[in-house]
Design a protein around this ligand. Structure first.
Ligand code: NDP
Length: 332
């Protein structure tokens, strides 16, 4: 029997609990993995609390990420003992996920643990960090390079935001971090932000075009914040949009697009093709300083992940939550 968080639905309401599952209950898949570390992302918190329609079928083991060791494989790409990482692919939404001691998935969803990361470090990065890197790659692809001007990161003290600040500053960008938590200003400065702005500056409805300031932006908030960010992009600026922490709606005009030629680049980590995932992980190994890991990471036991979900959705979690399921596997 394996420890697992299980979300069940009864009378129209979903409920998460810590329980035990056995091998026969694991879903179909050709690779079985002993999970060393899982994580808690925004999407996992929505799934666990039932506050967002993340889970597509019940019962469901949540957890859109894990890092672990292959136990059994019928896939020629993987053999027992291989260290692997999974991010997305609907795991934790339509297919049982990583908040359990075992996972069974399709081999093509896995990527090898990127050297020199430990499994704990790969979990610290997780979907949030790999998405941050996809955002940075999108800025680069659209021509925003260090020296182009200031780059804004919204929701900066959260998971995606923290990693984005750290990567961009290491690459030499002039990073401005927007946060609703002024108490985290020192943390963001340590990650490399040149300036920390109050989120309040971005939340009120603004004009279709504002003073040009940002050469690039990474936005995790959406809603009015993203609209205001777009309005303040410099000529040909680029916004990488990946999140909805502040809302799904986008109350925007076409003015920044047709008068300033800005680009709004949408980022999806879930179905991102494997080649781009491998590129993102390789770049993370190069462009994310490992000395940031300690303060990026909060460890939460599997049994406490359910309670932590509320804290995460309330915007009270700094950086990333990792869930040690079998941390001893890192040392084997
Ligand atoms: P976190 O909860 O760690 O961070 C979100 C941050 O957004 C918070 O820390 C807070 O930052 C800010 N925030 C929260 N609520 C609001 C609000 N109402 N208005 C404005 N800002 C707010 O989540 P993640 O970093 O893991 O994920 C961030 C977003 O990105 C989520 O919407 C998530 O679903 C999305 N995402 C999308 C992916 C994709 O593939 N497209 C992949 C990963 C995440 P602060 O306190 O600093 O203001």
């Amino acid at each position: 029997m394996y420890d697992a968080i299980l979300i069940e639905k009864s009378a129209g309401t979903s409920h998460a609990r810590l329980t035990q599952i056995d091998d026969a209950q694991l879903p179909s898949g050709n690779v079985t993995i002993r999970v060393a570390y899982s994580t808690l992302n925004y999407k996992d918190a929505l799934a666990i609390t039932g506050k967002g329609p993340v889970v597509r079928n019940f019962p469901m083991v949540p957890g859109i990420d894990f890092a672990g060791v292959v136990e059994a494989s019928e896939n020629p790409d993987w053999k027992p003992g291989d260290r692997v990482v999974l991010n997305g692919w609907g795991v934790g939404e339509t297919h049982w996920g990583g908040l359990a001691a075992r996972a069974r998935v399709k081999g093509e969803w896995l990527v090898p643990l990127q050297a020199p990361f430990t499994m704990r470090q790969a979990a610290t990065i997780g979907t949030a960090g790999y998405t941050a890197m996809l955002c940075v790659l999108a800025l680069e692809r659209h021509g925003v390079h260090p020296g182009a001007g200031e780059v804004l990161v919204t929701g900066a003290a959260g998971g995606v935001g923290s990693v984005a600040v750290a990567i961009l500053s290491k690459l030499g960008y002039s990073v401005v971090a927007a946060t609703g938590r002024p108490a985290e200003a020192e943390y963001l400065t340590r990650l490399g932000a040149r300036e920390v702005m109050d989120r309040a500056t971005f939340v009120e409805p603004g004009k279709p075009l504002a003073r040009e300031r940002w050469a690039g932006a990474v936005d995790v908030v959406g809603g009015q914040v993203l609209a205001n960010v777009c309005a303040a992009m410099r000529y040909r600026g680029v916004v990488a949009a990946c999140g909805l922490a502040g809302g799904m709606a986008l109350p925007i005009t076409v003015a920044p697009f047709i008068l300033r030629g800005i680009t709004l680049a949408g980022i999806d980590s879930v179905m991102c093709p494997k080649a781009e995932r491998l590129e993102a992980w390789a770049r993370l190994a190069r462009d994310l300083d490992v000395h940031h890991f300690a303060e990026l990471t909060e460890e939460v036991a599997l049994a406490d992940a359910i309670a932590t979900a509320d804290r995460l959705l309330a915007g009270q979690v700094r950086g990333r939550i990792v869930v040690p399921v079998a941390p001893e596997l890192d040392g084997e």
